[in-house]
Design a protein around this ligand. Sequence first.
Ligand SMILES: O=C(O)CCC(=O)C(=O)O
Length: 357
Amino acid sequence: MNGQIDWPEPIVRVQSLSDSGFPVIPDRYVKPPTERPASNSDGSDVNIPIIDLQGLLYDDETIFAQISEACREWGFFQILNHGISPQLLDRVQEVWREFFHLPVEVKQSYANSPKTYEGYGSRLGVEKGAILDWSDYYFLHLLPLKLKDYNKWPALPADARQVIDEYGKEVLKLCGRLMKILSINLGLGEDILQNAFGGENIGACLRVNYYPKCPQPDLTLGLSSHSDPGGMTLLLPDNQVPGLQVRRGNNWITVKPARHAFIVNIGDQIQVLSNAIYKSVEHRVIVNATKERVSLAFFYNPKSDIPIEPAKELVTPENPPLYPPMTFDEYRLFIRMRGPCGKSQVESLKSPRDCNK
Ligand SMILES: O=C(O)CCC(=O)C(=O)O
């Protein structure tokens, strides 16, 4: 939550701009030249690591090592054979596609405000006059239960709430499994990371991104560069249309999604807890002139009011704590006010001298 109660300007649905068929995008969506998609996009075949979890049943060691390397070297990886049924993944994607194609009046009844961001939205951040991203979205809470409110979820299509609920429960279980693996890989007991997140009292929310077709995709972005403020993200990308780009040094790598895989990425809170052994990595989304794109980002977050700081087991005289304790509530105010801003927030926290006080 934050103090802002309304958007600084009237909201324009990006979908309505796209549907208007106008061949030029409004100036508000035109990015400065250095942020446009062509800048440093890597057109090669390089992809983020793809890890098959099937073998977890009989060969933990190899898979744990693959995940460890992916977390240290990339901050991003895809997982296959994760245990969630392909039918559920297809249906939840379809539910959201159907939702975004409902008449505008239906969607408007879920219009969100910057107070909680829940519902149907078209901008992140409340800076007046800001350059905006070419996307609409829907944001909802799954955990803690006191924030889960079906009335704030779409009632259409008819099975939406039931499918989103089932999907949420499955992804939650999968996140729990991954947290144990990350914890062990960091040399901690299997529950240490989860306990630092608040045990069972974690937060979980879903942002579904809708990127309409764009008449000038070279001038804008679907989502500006950012790292995820929370713990860990499981992204179900569009299985037809690539769009996610991950920063690798000075280049942007376009992720080639594997069918029915999830894309996992480390968020800022795990960077803090691991004392930067694992780092959150900047990513952004490019848009397309001929195809719309839908992606589901599931954010697995710490309990929002407990201090998050480097795990004491990872702090030594040689590796002093890089970050001061901060609750996730305090931390996420930044992105909620300023919108996506690369890695500026987590970097700004780094101050070993202050942390040692
Ligand atoms: O749409 C995507 O591929 C990425 C979405 C994303 O980064 C986000 O929702 O934070």
